[in-house]
Ligand binder design. Structure first.
Ligand SMILES: NC(=O)c1ccc[n+]([C@@H]2O[C@H](COP(=O)([O-])OP(=O)(O)OC[C@H]3O[C@@H](n4cnc5c(N)ncnc54)[C@H](OP(=O)(O)O)[C@@H]3O)[C@@H](O)[C@H]2O)c1
Length: 290
C-alpha cells in the first residue's frame, strides 16, 4: 500500500488525485492528515485516511502500519521544527516496516546555499540516507504558483514594478499540479531508474524574462527591480508574513541570485512521458484572466 502524507495540503491532495488516475482507482492508496475531517471526501471514495501529526510521534506508528511506500511531503514552518518533524516521520516509517520513502525535496540542497529551505532539505536527505530504507528524492524547483505572489502587487496598481532579491539569477518554474503528476508517477512506478530526480522545467529564466512573459499575456507594463534580501524580508513582514517565512523567502531568492536554481534536467519527462509546460503557458494560465 502507498501512503501520501500531507494529503490535505495543496501538493499532497494533487498527488493523491494523480495516483488514483495512475493506479486506475483508489485501491492500495492511503493518506495521512492532521485533520481527518478535512479528508472525509477521500474516505468516501475508498482511500484509507489515517490521522498523523509529525509533532506527535505517538500518532505515527498506527498511521504508517502496513505501508510499503511512503510519499513524504515536506512540512512547512520554521527550520528546526521542520527538520524535527521529518526526522520523526522517517523514524516512524522505519519502525513500521515501510520499505521505500519518496521525499519531496528541493532543487537547492547545497551546504553553502544562503537558503534556509536548502538547510531543511539537506538535513532531511541526510536522515533518509542514514535510515537504511530505499529512498527516492524528488527535488522540486520553484513552484510556478508562487509567481502571482511575487507579481500580484505590480499587477494590482502602481507603476508595474516588483522587487525581489533574485538579482539576475535564473530558475525554472513548474506548477504544483505538474509536480504532483511527476511525484505520483514515481510513486506508482513498479521500478525507478534513479534515486534522485530533479523536476525542473526545460528552460531557466530570470525575473526580467518572467516580467516580459506576464506582460505578454496581461498587456501590462511590468518591471523587475532587483533588491537586497534584508529589504525584501522587511517588506514581506510589513505585509503581514511571519518573520521566519519572510526571512526564508528572501534568502530563497538570494539562492536564485547565486545561481542555485540555474539548471535543467529531463527527469520530469522521464517520469511523466512529456516535459512540463513552458513559462509562456504558465503565464497564460496564472495571469491570463487578470
Ligand atoms: N518548491 C517550492 O517552491 C515550494 C513552495 C511552497 C512549499 N514548498 C514545500 O512543499 C510542501 C508542500 O507544499 P504545499 O503547497 O502543498 O503546501 P501546503 O498546502 O501548505 O501543505 C503543507 C502540508 O504540510 C503538512 N504539515 C505541516 N505540519 C505538519 C505536521 N506537523 N505533521 C504532518 N503534516 C504537517 C500540512 O498538513 P495539514 O494539511 O494537516 O495542515 C500540509 O498538508 C510545503 O510544506 C513545503 O515544504 C515548496
Amino acid at each position: 500500500m502507498i501512503l501520501v502524507t500531507g494529503a490535505n495540503g495543496q501538493l499532497g491532495r494533487r498527488i493523491v488525485e494523480h495516483l488514483v488516475i495512475r493506479l486506475g482507482g483508489t485501491a492500495g492508496i492511503a493518506v495521512s492528515v492532521r485533520d481527518a475531517g478535512k479528508a472525509a471526501d477521500l474516505s468516501r471514495r475508498g482511500i484509507a485516511v489515517r490521522q498523523a501529526d509529525f509533532d506527535q510521534p505517538a500518532t505515527l506508528a498506527a498511521a504508517f502500519a502496513g505501508i510499503d511506500k511512503l510519499v513524504l511531503i515536506s512540512t512547512d514552518g520554521p527550520r528546526d521544527a521542520r527538520i524535527a518533524q521529518h526526522r520523526n516521520a522517517i523514524a516512524a516509517a522505519r519502525a513500521a516496516g515501510v520499505r521505500h520513502i519518496l521525499y519531496t525535496s528541493f532543487l537547492d540542497v547545497a551546504a553553502d546555499s544562503p537558503a534556509e529551505f536548502a538547510a531543511v532539505h539537506r538535513a532531511t536527505e541526510a536522515e533518509l540516507a542514514a535510515s537504511g530504507l530505499r529512498v527516492t528524492l524528488l527535488r522540486n524547483p520553484l513552484y510556478a504558483d508562487l509567481l502571482p505572489m511575487a507579481l500580484g502587487g505590480a499587477l494590482a496598481g502602481g507603476d508595474g514594478s516588483f522587487a525581489l532579491p533574485a538579482g539576475t539569477g535564473k530558475a525554472s518554474f513548474v506548477s504544483r499540479e505538474e509536480l504532483a503528476e511527476a511525484i505520483a508517477a514515481a510513486a506508482a512506478a513498479p521500478a525507478l531508474a534513479k534515486d534522485v530526480y530533479e523536476l525542473t522545467g526545460q528552460a531557466v529564466h530570470d525575473y526580467h524574462e518572467v516580467a516580459a512573459a506576464v506582460a505578454a499575456v496581461t498587456g501590462r507594463t511590468l518591471r523587475y527591480l532587483p533588491t537586497d534580501a534584508a529589504s525584501h524580508a522587511a517588506a514581506l513582514v510589513a505585509h503581514g508574513l511571519p518573520d521566519w517565512l519572510a526571512g526564508a523567502l528572501a534568502n530563497m531568492y538570494a539562492a536564485v541570485a547565486a545561481g542555485r536554481f540555474e539548471r535543467v534536467t529531463n527527469d520530469f519527462a522521464a517520469l511523466v512521458g512529456r516535459p512540463p509546460r513552458p513559462l509562456a503557458c504558465l503565464a497564460q494560465e496564472l495571469f491570463g484572466s487578470r
